[in-house]
Design a protein around this ligand. Structure first.
Ligand code: PXL
Length: 280
């Protein structure tokens, strides 16, 4: 007999072109053998690194969708949020989680809102305070260092050491997140992912090769792979390692592609690698 399929609901925007948010979450979660239900929080013509993108906020759909699912008794093993289009959506997402989450379901929050020391164009400086309220409800949060600084009101540093990363991660845990996974951590010539578990007070760091290239959407690729893997039954450490290696493979392939698109990585070409890793 086959085992029952796990189901994630992922709540983030759909950028019609751009290879981020739902257009990477759906194929990657599916590739690891987990069902991906979605709530699109907004429809954008492209992600916000393009100029003149269009954006239609789907704010008013979040709670009616939750209500319908509740009436149909639809269950999820994890709630995974990414880019949310406005502060107003955050309270709605918190209500949705409170209404549908069962005791052991996971809440995984990628506070996708900033990178390289700057907020994404669509957000103002008040957004992190609202995102911090959502992160406080999470079992696992997946910020990069810029987001971690904004969420904790810590002045951003483009260069930092391990002690600084730990200080910010521990602040995030003190604000409520049970487990903090810092992506794109870089210090002392090392590059990778740091994980702090507030329950055990232990760290687990996973380093990969630093590939000298910057691409959009890599945070979403890591978060989608990580979420799919952990829900599929891998341990948190295995999920971090496989998701980090998969993300590095996506970057490596794209960097080696002549005339690769600037707006996202060719994760599609690395899906066979991801599936091979899961089988091992
Ligand atoms: O990859 C994060 C992301 C998601 N969604 C939208 C974005 C971005 C990053 O720029 O603009 C719309």
């Amino acid at each position: 007999m086959e085992i029952t399929m796990k189901r994630i609901v992922t709540i983030q925007d759909i950028s019609c072109v751009g290879k981020c948010s739902l257009t990477v979450a759906l194929p990657i979660i599916s590739a690891v053998g987990v069902e991906a239900a979605i709530i699109p929080t907004a429809v954008l013509s492209t992600h916000t690194m393009f100029k003149n993108f269009t954006c239609k906020d789907l704010d008013d759909q979040i709670l009616p969708i939750a209500k319908h699912w509740k009436s149909e008794n639809i269950k999820f093993d994890a709630f995974y949020t990414g880019y949310l289009a406005s502060s107003g959506q955050i309270d709605k997402v918190i209500s949705l989680i409170n209404s549908l989450k069962r005791e052991n379901d996971l809440v995984i929050i990628d506070p996708a809102m900033a990178d390289n020391g700057k907020m994404y164009p669509a957000f103002d400086e008040s957004f992190p305070r609202d995102m911090a309220r959502l992160c406080a409800e999470a079992d696992i949060i997946l910020p990069n260092i810029t987001e971690a600084c904004y969420l904790t009101n810590t002045p951003f540093k483009s260069e930092y050491n391990e002690a600084f990363a730990k200080e910010v991660m521990e602040k995030l845990a003190a604000q409520g997140a049970k487990k903090v996974i810092l992506t794109g951590a870089e210090f002392d010539g090392k590059y990778g992912v740091m994980f702090f578990d507030s329950e055990t007070q232990k760290y687990y760091n996973y380093y990969t090769d630093k590939i000298d290239a910057i691409f959009h959407g890599t945070g979403d690729i890591f978060s989608s792979a990580f979420t799919g893997l952990i829900v599929s039954g891998k341990t948190i450490e295995e999920s971090i390692a496989i998701a980090a290696d998969f993300t590095a493979e996506c970057i490596r392939i794209t960097k080696n592609t002549e005339n690769a698109n600037w707006y996202g990585v060719d994760f599609e070409k690395a899906i066979p690698y991801l599936i091979d890793r899961i089988r091992k």
